[in-house]
Design a protein. Structure first.
Lengths: 209, 72
């Protein structure tokens, strides 16, 4: 399924109950309300986390932690704050913690770190199927996109991942990263030529080799 | 327009729209089907176990991958 298909899928839910109402219902003891919140956000959140960490299993654990943190934080959540941005903010912080921890473990164990493996979720997804040309080409494209995103400076990378993998609006990205919406938009616009250059450079290198 | 790996040749990705169209093809990585069930089971366990939730206890109590399907 492409991001566009998921976006369309997410945009056509059953009659929408607002996040705020669902939080209130959960606090009143309605577990179904919490389930709706989980089902509403778990796919884009999981995608964002998976792209950040490059580890499918760890993304499962972190996704679970994020929703548990939501559950325990509900009594103190500020009602005016958009829940989606709050969830992605928590997810991003947890990803950064995990990446720091991972790095520390690697250094302490003097393990060789393969950055490419760390940054490519596709490389670690189970894949026992034979690879016909079309599938191989699709995987090459995905790998190129991943590598282009990974080559961005961190402040641009977060904005780009929230936009493309998390499907957030610039307003939501601004809330998530504690920056004005206009800054999020500017970072994204500055990231585009860098992505373009990274892709071009990849193709030139593969043409040479 | 659907982009292929061949369209990444230098000069083919000319505009911002090209970049957006290309990255719109970034694959959605499907979470495992048990993820939602695990989250809900953890929350159920949490809400049954503690009266005043605290974050550390909450995170300690989460169910790891696939536990919901393991026999008790």
């Amino acid at each position: 399924m492409s991001v566009r298909q998921v976006r369309e899928h997410i945009k056509t839910p059953t009659p929408e109950i607002s996040d705020g109402v669902l939080v209130k219902q959960t606090l009143a003891g309605d577990q179904d309300a919490f389930e709706i919140l989980v089902r509403r956000y778990h796919v884009p959140l999981f995608n964002f986390i998976c792209h950040c960490l490059g580890d499918y299993d760890q993304a499962c654990d972190v996704s679970q932690q994020v929703f548990l943190q939501l559950y325990v934080s509900m009594p103190t959540l500020r009602t005016g704050e958009p829940l989606k941005a709050w969830l992605f903010q928590v997810a991003r912080n947890r990803c950064l913690d995990e990446l720091r921890r991972k790095r520390a473990i690697h250094f302490s164990e003097l393990e060789a770190v393969n950055d490419e493996e760390d940054l490519s979720p596709l490389a670690i997804m189970p894949d026992n199927q034979p690879l016909p040309d079309e599938i191989a080409e699709h995987r090459d494209l995905q790998r190129s996109l991943q590598q282009a995103i990974a080559s961005l400076p961190p402040k641009f990378r977060s904005v780009v991942l929230l936009r493309y993998a998390g499907q957030l609006s610039f307003s939501e990205i601004g809330h998530t990263l504690n920056m004005p919406e206009a800054t999020a938009k500017t970072y994204f616009q500055r990231a585009r030529p860098l992505l373009r250059a990274a892709l071009a450079s990849q193709r030139q290198m593969s043409a040479v080799s | 327009m659907k982009y292929s790996i061949k369209s990444l040749l230098p000069g083919n990705i000319a505009s911002d729209e090209d970049v957006d169209l290309l990255f719109d093809q970034l694959e959605v990585i499907e979470p495992p089907p048990f993820l939602v069930e695990n989250i809900l089971a953890s929350v159920k366990r949490l809400s049954a176990g503690i009266a005043v939730p605290s974050q550390s206890r909450a995170i300690d109590g989460f169910i790891t991958r696939g536990d919901a399907y393991e026999p008790s």
